[in-house]
Ligand binder design. Structure first.
Ligand code: XMP
Length: 517
């Protein structure tokens, strides 16, 4: 599936490469991050409307510096080099780059050259622009045919252009928010220079994917593990649109989900969407396997192994199935192309199914591998997946097992599900609910003394965890209003048997993690 106009972003390993892709897709232009050394002939065959060379941590002076195929400048396609991408362009086309003695990092003011090229910076109606720099090396002699279109006192070539060949370089980063006119600059490149139309839409993505899936699958069958999470749900609904009853979904109810979640999955996907849903009710098997296990990593291993066993058993019952559908997302794929290491795409993909028994060989079907998480949400909405699913908070695979600290028993899981339900009901009422990454209850393995009516109690403590995060890698605790905290605490203590104390977790990550185990 390739829409007619798309931008190829050659990835030289910058921490901002994904951001370039995001900015471009926000302009409704399709783009892909591809290998930094993709041969010019491969690029030519795919006919991009433009090529962007990303920044990167390397210096062109390093012996193993990642370099693009010089032929890419001769394709007649506009090229924009950003930071390292610009230095590499200068070097490959015969200019001169000098090693920086000090790193220029942070905000800078660039002066736009009066005689500059109008197509990229010239007609932004600004003589000065505030930009974000992050570089050591800099271009001192530009290749033939280029001229400087912006400068700073310490960086005479802050941007360069060869309008005749439509090759441009920016020493700064237009993709970050600290370059306020950065989007305008990228828009110039996309629309004025590359001639993109900006009509890339989810509906088009759906049409193209459906055609793709039908062609690839033919008369064969596909199996998909449905967890109720965003990615697998959207993938299942999309594939179902393409091939209907040739898709078989397996939902493993491990008994460790949130209150009512298993029923919701059956209702939404089995009944409302009419998917061929096979529910494996395996609560008892999971609990049995978890008996006596208290170490968090052992819990994860036991649950992972159990899941694979049950999934494989269900898949075998289906008979001949050629494809396994997975909700692999773009960020999982991109890492693999980084020139500075990172696992290869194949290792990642196989890793996802690595646990399946050797007799089960599937081809992978990963229809959203070119989308970002929020694009998958948008796709889900377009496909009619309910908001409750598309906006769902992340939920760990091992579920409640890593939130019931210590040994997991049926009774303790029920107590936690009941406490957690109260947390959800109250937190969902907050006007800024969308700012919250995760909110949940944790059942601690301690008992404390309380008093209810005239009697002394000796019961469990529930902790409340509510965090904000962008990606789960770092997190801060959300400043939950006192009234909400009070309501949650009252409701849990009064309505949930077995809990007589509620505490609020005010640790950030790092050093704490989001989950307690
Ligand atoms: P931590 O606790 O490491 O969590 O700060 C970061 C994010 O990952 C989720 N998480 C998991 N997800 N299997 C999963 O699928 C796991 O074993 C697991 N452990 C943590 C967690 O909910 C948070 O969003």
């Amino acid at each position: 599936m390739k829409p007619h106009d798309w931008i190829a972003i050659l990835d030289y390993g910058s921490q901002y490469s994904q951001l370039i892709a995001r900015r471009i897709r926000e302009q409704k232009v399709y783009c892909e991050l591809i290998r930094f050394d993709t041969p010019a002939a491969t690029l030519a065959a795919r006919q991009p409307a433009g090529i962007i060379l990303s920044g990167g941590p390397s210096s062109v002076f390093e012996t193993n510096a990642p370099l693009g195929d010089p032929g890419l400048y001769d394709l007649g396609v506009p090229v924009l080099g950003i930071c390292y991408g610009m230095q590499m362009t200068a070097k490959l086309l015969g200019g001169k780059v000098t090693p920086g003695h000090s790193r220029e990092y942070g905000k800078a003011q660039i002066r736009v050259a009066a005689n500059g090229d109008a197509s990229l910076l010239g007609d932004l109606d600004a003589t000065e622009l505030s930009v974000w720099m992050s570089h050591g090396d800099q271009v001192v002699n530009m290749p033939e045919g280029f001229h400087a279109i912006a400068s700073t006192p310490s960086c005479p070539v802050a941007a360069m252009a060869n309008p005749a060949r439509r090759i441009f370089g920016l020493q700064f980063h237009p993709e970050v928010v600290h370059t306020p006119r950065g989007t305008d600059i990228l828009r110039k490149f996309l629309f004025a220079i590359c001639g993109c139309t900006g009509d890339w839409q989810m509906s088009q993505f759906i049409r193209d994917s459906i055609a793709d899936i039908r062609q690839r699958v033919g008369d064969d069958h596909v199996v998909c593990g449905l967890s109720g999470g965003v990615d697998s749900s959207v993938v299942a609904v999309l594939i179902h649109r393409a091939i209907g009853k040739q898709l078989h979904c397996i939902f493993v109810d491990n008994g460790l989900l949130r209150h009512g979640e298993a029923e919701q999955v059956e209702q939404t996907f089995g009944k409302a969407f009419g998917l061929d849903l096979h529910v494996a009710r395996a609560q008892d098997q999971f609990l049995k396997r978890l008996k006596g296990v208290v170490d968090p990593e052992m819990k994860r291993k036991a649950i992972g192994a159990m899941f694979v066993e049950i999934f494989a058993e269900e898949a075998r019952k289906l008979g001949h199935v050629k494809f396994l559908a997975q909700g692999t997302l773009y960020p999982d794929v991109i890492e693999s192309f980084s020139p500075i290491g990172g696992p290869s795409a194949t290792i990642k993909s196989h890793h996802n199914v690595g646990g399946l028994p050797p007799d089960m060989k599937f081809e992978l079907l990963e229809p959203v591998r070119e989308l970002f998480k929020d694009e998958v949400r948008a796709l889900g909405r377009e496909l009619g997946v309910p908001d409750a699913v598309t906006n769902r908070q992340p939920f760990p695979g091992p579920g409640m097992a890593v939130r019931v600290l210590g040994e997991v028993t049926a009774e303790r899981v029920t107590i936690l599900q009941q406490a957690d339900l109260r947390v959800q009901e109250e937190i969902e009422k907050l006007p800024n609910y969308r700012d919250i990454w995760q909110s949940f209850a944790v059942l601690l393995p301690v008992q404390t003394v309380g008093v209810m009516g005239d009697s002394r109690t000796y019961e469990n403590v529930a902790a409340l965890r509510v965090v904000e995060s962008r990606d789960g890698m770092t997190a801060d605790w959300h400043r939950v209003p006192y009234d909400t905290l009070a309501r949650i605490s009252n409701r849990i203590i009064n309505e949930v048997r077995g809990v007589n104390r509620v505490v609020f977790d005010i640790s950030s990550k790092p050093p704490a993690t989001i989950e307690w185990e």
